[in-house]
Design a protein. Sequence first.
Length: 114
Amino acid sequence: MIRTALATLILAVSATASLAHSKPEDTTPVNDTTVEVVDVISIRFNDPMRVTAITMTGPNGAVDVDRETGLEPVTEFLAAPAAAIPAGVYAVEWRGLSADGHPMQGTFGFTVSE
Ligand SMILES: [Cu+2]
């Protein structure tokens, strides 16, 4: 009886472990790079992610971002700055809901050259 319960417990634990959360794999612009123009902001995930919030900050503070991707889970999230952005250092922060239901968040940054 105890052996059966233990076997069931091990099965339950390994089933949970195999359902990993979605993770970011790559971004545009690439993290820690210098670019001349930013007309697309994208984040690629290994499994679908429902991106619930994205914020971008730069030398003049918050930057308006237009979402191309809505609130549906995607493996590639797409957005763009609402207007041309000046040279400087930028950071993008996002929050989302992983395919396994876990809340996730991440940041990446880049420099726009003169
Ligand atoms: Cu997870």
